[in-house]
Design a binder for this molecule. Structure first.
Ligand code: ADP
Ligand code: MG
Length: 668
């Protein structure tokens, strides 16, 4: 007896809908993608009750003829690809031809469309209910397409039951629209929720040129997130076909034939959070591949790898990054909702993205990268920074100096151009308001030129009007005020109060010194312990540790085998104290093991050891005297990444006069 039969089209569509249309936001995503593929310059989205009762997407794109409008409701009907080969290089958002029939099969669906380039005066309107065409008629309408989806899933009670509250569904929709608006800055977006206008984003000028695109992205970020964000601009491109480094290469790399590798470039551009800017989730981590918002584990790792010591454990970067790559080098057809992508050269892409991040962060510290504050541009009027209330900084020499404290801690005059340009903020995402923060716009306030070294000040302190980049915290003169709690060094700058975490700063300095030594292939300094200690480990830990001994030795940690599972700790780098030798060694083992799972290059192994060793830097509670503090600040200035400790915690925080005035209620 034959038992197999073909499912009716309607059922097949519902099954497809189950995969593609999970919730109202998926319908919005598919419809907006269609509008963007149709070269719309204006997209309007209206929802009611979280998209459960009404979703309306209106565009001014190419529109469709009557025949096309009928055809687009058929499964696998698409204008975007023709042959199987086209799947290998997809340049549009859609390509499967299943979104419209899927949505129409689980809702009451009205499509109204009119061709943009046709002379015909009328458009077409098609009404579909749960997959059945109910009416097809001519309709007067503006060029473009509008789709209305009512009562989504009303014929699929099980699916409807799984929908969350209206607010949650609306939030999902808004999230997708945010991504679309970031990726398509040249398109005007309007978003209306329950009759209330939430966004009206004007179309922005863009173009091929990188500066214009970055500028329009920044503008969009500002419009969507408001407030100020301390972001660094990323503009990077590299050759994917460069022979990959030995470490980290993946088998996938060989999938692309060598000939086509020749001109495969990867461009990475957008904005990432400055050091100290992070979130507890990946929520503000927006990644796009050829303008498509994507999720990709490799890229997530690449971000973490790129930030490395500039990010605290358990925190996630904040970014809006666009990857551009030949569509033939990426497979977008691996996820029902097209959320995930797979790169043919996964390993190389990951490495380059990490490199893009790393270079951006390093440039920020060393070459004066502009911090892209999201508040007023240089030419906009800035709020008055309480000029009357603000105390005038005392000129050097006249300051009320405290006994035994050095006068003025000056930025190194030798290389003012290479100074790091900004100060760390506290943790925050795109939209969050941290309690203590340095506003780039405010930090632009010029310091009065120092009478003794006018030239130097001019170089490091841009005037209020001439530059949109904030003055680096470590590039302005700092004056020591004192130390509190034996740990926090209180400093004063012309902009306000600066607090330095003595231990964190010391960790950073020690860490970079160690790495520098390693780079020069030198042995880090080491001090013999008066009382060497033995540490016994489990068999597994012993085996693991044995392999790390050469690296540890080079870093100044004198550990040697002292029996089957026993090690002798007889030397440590200067300024490192291991009060509990066993704990110190176990911590090293654990950190190295944890690092091994994420990164397996030797370089990062060394960094991990250095990080762990630095944690034991003694300066934590050691009272430092004036001269030593001066050295500490000087040494920190010389670091490549001075604003975070090797574990990503801030070394310095600033509270400018504006913030002080706010706290004291002098200004609003
Ligand atoms: P896909 O986008 O994968 O091609 P869809 O089911 O989403 O599949 O759409 C089917 C076809 O309908 C598209 O290929 C396109 O030609 C046409 N279409 C859909 N939406 C629009 C729109 N807003 N403007 C113009 N054409 C559209
Ligand atoms: Mg589509």
């Amino acid at each position: 007896m034959n038992r197999i039969r073909l499912l009716p089209e309607q059922v097949a569509n519902q099954i497809a809908a189950g995969e593609v249309i999970e919730r109202p936001a998926s319908a919005v995503k598919e419809l907006v993608e269609n509008s963007l593929d149709a070269a719309a310059t204006r997209v309007t989205v209206e929802i009611q009750a979280g998209g459960r009762s009404v979703i309306r997407v209106i565009d001014d794109g190419t529109g469709m003829s009557r025949d096309d409008a009928l055809l687009c409701l058929e499964r696998h009907a698409t204008s975007k690809i023709r042959r199987a080969e086209d799947l290998a290089a997809i340049a549009t958002m859609g390509f499967r031809g299943e979104a419209l029939p899927s949505i129409a099969s689980v809702s009451r669906f009205t499509l109204t469309t009119r061709e943009r380039d046709s002379t015909g005066p009328e458009g077409t309107q098609i009404v579909v209910s749960a997959g059945k065409i109910i009416a097809v008629k001519a309709a007067g309408t503006a060029p473009g397409t509008s789709v209305e989806v009512r009562q989504l899933f009303s014929n699929l009670p099980a699916r409807r039951k799984f929908l969350r509250t209206e607010e949650t569904e609306a939030a999902h929709i808004q999230h997708y629209l945010t991504l679309a608006a970031l990726a398509y800055t040249e398109v005007a977006f309007t978003f209306q929720k329950d009759g209330r206008l939430l966004w009206q984003l004007p179309a922005l000028k863009t173009g091929k040129d990188a500066d214009a695109r970055l500028a329009s992205l920044r503008e969009r970020l500002r419009a969507l997130y408001g407030g100020e964000q301390r972001l660094l601009r990323v503009d990077y491109s590299a050759d994917l076909s460069e022979p990959p480094l030995s470490a980290g290469s993946e088998s996938g790399d060989s999938a692309v034939d060598p000939a086509s590798r020749d001109h495969l470039t990867l461009r990475v551009w957008g904005y990432i959070g400055a050091p100290g800017v992070s979130r507890a989730t990946r929520e503000d981590q927006h990644l796009f591949v050829n303008r498509r918002p994507v999720e990709n584990r490799g890229l997530n790792y690449a971000l973490l790898e790129g930030y490395h010591t500039a990010l605290m454990k358990g925190r996630f970067p904040v970014c809006c990054l666009f990857l551009e790559i030949d569509p033939a080098a990426v497979d977008v057809n691996i996820h029902p909702a097209k959320r995930e992508v797979k790169f043919h050269q996964e390993g190389a892409v990951r490495r380059l993205v990490a490199d893009a991040i790393r270079q951006t962060l390093l440039r920020f510290h060393t070459a004066g990268t502009e911090v892209q504050g999201q508040k007023p541009a240089a030419d906009e009027p800035r709020p008055e920074v309480g000029a009357t209330a603000r105390p005038q900084p005392a000129p050097p020499g006249e300051q009320p100096s405290l006994p035994n404290l050095p006068a003025r801690l000056r930025p190194p005059p030798s290389n003012p151009a290479a100074l790091p340009p900004s100060q760390p903020g506290l943790e925050m995402g795109f939209g969050q308001e941290p309690s203590l923060r340095i506003a780039p716009s405010e930090s632009r306030v010029a310091a009065p030129p120092s009478p003794t070294r006018p030239a130097e000040v001019q170089q490091t302190v841009p005037s209020t009007t001439s530059s949109s980049s904030p003055v680096p915290l470590l590039a302005v003169p700092l004056r020591l005020v004192g130390v509190i709690g034996k740990l926090y060094v209180v400093l004063e700058s012309d902009r306000g109060l600066v607090l330095l975490d003595q231990h964190a700063a010391h960790e950073r300095i020690l860490f970079e010194q160690m790495l520098n030594r390693l780079e020069q292939n030198a042995q880090a300094p080491s001090q013999r312990l008066l009382l060497p200690e033995t540490v016994e480990l489990s068999a597994r830990d012993s085996n693991f540790l044995r392999e790390q001994l050469p690296v540890l030795t080079r870093l100044g940690v004198g550990l040697s085998e002292f029996g089957e599972r026993t090690f002798l700790l007889d030397a440590l780098p200067p300024l490192v104290k291991a009060t509990d030798a066993r704990r110190f060694v176990l911590e090293l083992v654990d950190e190295l093991k944890a690092a091994g799972q994420e990164v397996n290059t030797l370089r990062l192994g060394e960094q991990t050891v250095a990080k762990t060793v630095c944690r034991h830097a003694v300066k934590a509670n050691d009272p430092l005297a004036g001269r030593e503090l001066e050295h500490l600040v000087e040494d920190l200035r010389r670091c490549a990444m001075p604003y975070t400790c090797p574990h990503g915690r801030p070394t310095l925080i600033e509270m400018n006069f504006r913030e002080l005035e706010k706290k004291f209620g002098r200004v609003q």
